[in-house]
Design a protein around this ligand. Structure first.
Ligand code: SAM
Length: 179
């Protein structure tokens, strides 16, 4: 399998702080290596994600992009498959086999929107994909898409450099700390 990155469009500094951070945390936990975000630049989002990476491990980072169209063009030029998640798109269950096949060779950039997504995103995407044809959220759509893409393999992911590791338990909270 090739790599996975995520672009979150239209971040608004006042209203989306938690939501964009959660898009980043879902992207990381479900196997992506990077979050790009456009709209307002927000250092607190970048810092929140960096703090999680410092404690829980891995290489994930959040990177601001001023011109998301340019990013899509560049990624397309680098051979990435561009997947835009939207409730108006083709049902995930109908296209995921094809996407998985392509992902054996190609990196994927998954694009999720905010309040309103410009038409250019629909036009530039290789696939517009829906996770149900009902409105919900960028976090839920991203998590389900990444899980279906990887058929659950991401659930087993561990981080060799983690400072905090959870020892799963039936009740209570057990966290092992290193470093
Ligand atoms: N009208 C928007 C749309 O085009 O999907 C809904 C905006 S929603 C608040 C923000 C983002 O969540 C969307 O841009 C999309 O990436 C994601 N999203 C929401 N519902 C979805 C669904 N059913 N399937 C795929 N993505 C969805």
């Amino acid at each position: 399998m090739a790599g996975i990155e995520v672009l979150r469009l239209g971040h608004r500094i006042e209203r989306d702080k938690r939501l964009t951070t959660h898009v980043g945390l879902a992207a990381r936990a479900f196997g992506a290596s990077k979050l790009y975000y456009s709209g307002d630049q927000d250092k607190t989002v970048e810092a929140s994600i960096a703090k999680v990476v410092e404690d829980w491990g891995g290489e994930f980072e959040a990177v601001y992009v001023g011109d998301w169209r340019r990013l899509l063009k560049d990624k397309h030029g680098e051979g990435y498959l561009l997947i835009h998640l939207t409730m108006y798109g083709l049902p995930i269950q109908n296209i995921i086999d094809e996407v998985r096949r392509l992902h054996r060779e190609k990196n994927i950039l998954v694009v999720v929107g905010g309040e309103k997504v410009e038409r250019a995103a629909y036009m530039m995407a290789d696939y517009n994909v829906s996770v149900t044809s009902q409105p919900h959220s960028e976090v839920s759509a991203l998590a389900v898409f990444l899980d279906w893409l990887q058929e659950g393999r991401e659930l087993e992911k561990t981080y060799a450099d983690a400072k905090k590791i959870i020892i799963p338990s039936a009740r209570g909270k057990t966290v092992k700390r290193r470093g």
